[in-house]
Design a protein around this ligand. Structure first.
Ligand code: NDP
Length: 283
């Protein structure tokens, strides 16, 4: 039997309607929620991500500032702009699009953002808060995945959750969030032995690797919930995930597509975090 598809576009549209209502309520109280986005360099994928974020803001009634710097910009210029945005009371969220040119100390850039405006949730203070189970901002992609699981009432306590990928922006925070919901969590990475052994045990499988279609149907437990975070471009220019959708959907119970799965949810949760940052400042 074919898996039911978790439609990230549909869920996003529903959530974004609610966000637009929250943005309107803020405006009625004299607060215009505002996200500042900084892009350094000319990477085409980053340009698309930033454009989607700015468009998402516009549609939700969130003001956006959009600074673009050439890849050879002096890091000091970017740090100065972050300091300016940190000090601006009209700016509620700040994000620097990753990845940054190699000359930049990416960790130092993320640490320069004021933690209370760090809507990506990448500042060490916010990472620590998440780790302690008291998140200030939940990183957007894993946050979106949790919303997808909630929307389908996927049982979490006691579930075997396997995450493939251990990046700071997806795999690790994903593990923290599932652990906080009482899943038994396994995190796999490039040195893991016999990946299929782990993935076949998963009631919930999250793939966040960046390798096209590496997880096939025979690596999936029948009836599992499969969340595909990966975004890869095939030789013919099409987008695909880390999961081989066609074979996986024959085995899984629930599955997210690429495109139209986790991607739109990531931006929706960025908008959510920005509104939360603005709402926290209300008297
Ligand atoms: P990273 O490159 O930072 O991390 C990839 C992870 O995959 C690493 O932990 C790496 O292990 C692991 N890995 C690599 N090869 C294997 C393998 N053969 N078996 C098991 N694990 C392996 O990527 P990101 O986390 O930033 O992104 C992952 C994917 O998700 C990408 O396709 C990216 O484009 C996409 N993405 C999608 C988003 C969305 O909104 N849908 C948002 C963010 C990312 P090790 O640590 O050992 O190197």
């Amino acid at each position: 039997m074919s898996a039911r598809i978790i439609d990230g576009n549909a869920l996003s549209a529903k959530l974004r309607d609610q966000l637009a209502a929250r943005a309107a309520a803020l405006k009625a109280r004299g607060v215009i929620p505002c996200l500042a986005v900084i892009l350094v360099g000319e990477d085409p994928a980053s340009q698309v991500y930033v454009r989607n974020k700015v468009n998402g803001c516009d549609k939700a009634g969130i003001r956006s500032l959009h600074d673009v710097y050439a890849s050879d910009v002096e890091p000091a210029v970017v740090f100065a702009r972050i300091a300016e945005l940190n000090a601006d009371p009209g700016v509620h969220g700040i994000l620097v699009q990753l990845s940054l040119p190699a000359r930049f100390d990416a960790a130092a850039v993320l640490e320069a953002i004021a933690p209370e405006k760090d809507v990506d949730g990448f500042h060490a203070e916010n990472v620590g808060a998440l780790m302690q189970g008291k998140p200030r901002f939940i990183p957007c992609t894993p946050y979106g995945v949790m919303k997808m699981l909630e929307s389908e009432n996927v049982p979490l306590p006691g579930a075997e959750a396997v995450i493939v990928g251990r990046s700071n922006i997806v795999g690790k925070p994903m593990a923290m969030l599932l652990l906080a919901r009482n899943c038994t969590v396994t995190v796999c990475h490039s040195q893991s032995q016999d990946l299929g052994f782990h993935t076949r045990r998963a009631d919930i499988l999250v793939a966040a690797v960046g390798r096209a279609r590496m997880i096939a149907g025979d690596m999936i437990k029948p009836g599992a919930t499969v969340i595909d975070v990966g975004i890869n471009r095939t030789a013919d220019g099409k987008l695909c995930g880390d999961v081989d959708f066609e074979s996986a959907r024959e085995v899984a119970g629930l599955i997210t597509p690429v495109p139209g799965g986790v991607g739109p949810m990531t931006i929706t949760m960025l908008l959510t975090n920005t509104l939360e940052a603005a709402e926290r400042l209300l008297p």
